[in-house]
Design a protein around this ligand. Structure first.
Ligand code: FES
Length: 129
């Protein structure tokens, strides 16, 4: 099993017209998706490795519900200058994955693939991150 730690941000921002399903993640059921993540993480006893939070807009409102996943325990390159550390981490450990167009049915597959096996679920990733 993958031992990485993750932080998951589920956009639950409400904006615009409640009847417009395209306007924001809230209107696309993001609160239910947040709860589905909480339930699935709890069911699989991953709470010590996966932290779930609600977030504001992640700037991909067209792809609601949007979820950002970050690895929390990246290796330390403290001996390098800050600018070089960021570049090395970005190249060796791409740290941000953005999922979009999620439904509650997608959550078990994301948890299984990303948090248990360490492989982001490609079918649900947004390509323009
Ligand atoms: S409202 Fe969710 S990405 Fe903007």
């Amino acid at each position: 099993m993958n031992s990485s730690k993750y932080r998951v941000f589920v956009c639950t921002r409400q904006r615009g017209d409640l009847n417009n399903l395209e306007s924001c993640c809230f209107n696309c059921g993001s609160v239910e998706i947040y709860q589905a993540f909480v339930d699935e993480i709890d069911r699989r006893q991953l709470a010590d490795r996966v932290e779930i939070r609600q977030s504001g807009c992640l700037d991909r409102c067209d792809a609601g519900t949007v979820v950002a996943v970050y690895r929390a325990n990246l290796p330390d390159f403290a001996w390098l200058p800050d600018k070089i550390q960021r570049k090395v981490r970005k190249i060796l450990f791409p740290n941000r994955h953005l999922y979009g167009h999620l439904t509650q049915a997608d959550i078990p597959a994301i948890v299984e693939s990303h948090f248990i096996h360490g492989k982001p679920l490609k079918q649900k990733l947004l390509t323009n991150v």
